[in-house]
Design a protein around this ligand. Sequence first.
Ligand code: SAM
Length: 246
Amino acid sequence: MSSAKIRLCVDHPLGPGQSLPLTEAQAHYLFGVMREGAGSRLLVFNGRDGEWLAEVAEAGKRKGSLRCIAQTAEQTTGPDLWLMFAPVKKARTDFIVEKAVELGAARILPVATDYTNADRLRRDKAEAHVREAAEQCGALHLPEVADMTPLSRVLAAWDPARRILWADEGTAGRASVLQRLAAETGGPWAILVGPEGGFSPAERERLSVLPFVRPVPLGPRILRAETAALAAMTLWQAALGDWRPE
Ligand code: SAM
């Protein structure tokens, strides 16, 4: 069976004739699950060197290698949009990470807030979700997953040139998010979504006075954190991101 529809995220540099050793998991997936073999063609990317057509050079049960043939897409970087969110339950957090990749986040920054009820986020697992999501959605960029950091520390070190679109249910009834975004320009942005319990009064007070923070409503209903992250990213992409025509 030969197909160039499979997309594999690899760690190695990509270039003409470059040999790419496969991990055990990749070999199992390609040869055990997908029934590919020597000579099969697929697409590979590493988040840095664009996308390449590659061919299976060696196929073993638990190992194998590919060889790069030709570049099929130049490396691109998406919009400079970070997603900051307070991790929630595992499956919902996995969903947020996956959707952040599909919606073109450049960086995923988990933050610990006063009411965050997940004490940690496994960065290695989140990175694996990033790779899988990028393989599936055709992304060339792999968003970096930062370590979970207290929101207060993140804000203390914040570059004021990066505006924060703060999903704030307390702003319901004010100018809509689309009206707010229509008055803004592109450039570096971050979206901030709170945990199940929302933001504490102290956090709300702090966020409200920061000049680079734009509090916005996402409608009259209270959304789950993962819905809010998805909705905010969608609206930002449509208004200021790479969903607009060039
Ligand atoms: N504090 C809320 C409560 O207990 O009533 C719930 C928080 S909500 C489940 C999680 C996060 O999603 C919020 O902190 C906020 O960032 C975002 N969010 C949910 N609904 C929203 C809305 N209608 N407008 C803006 N942000 C919203």
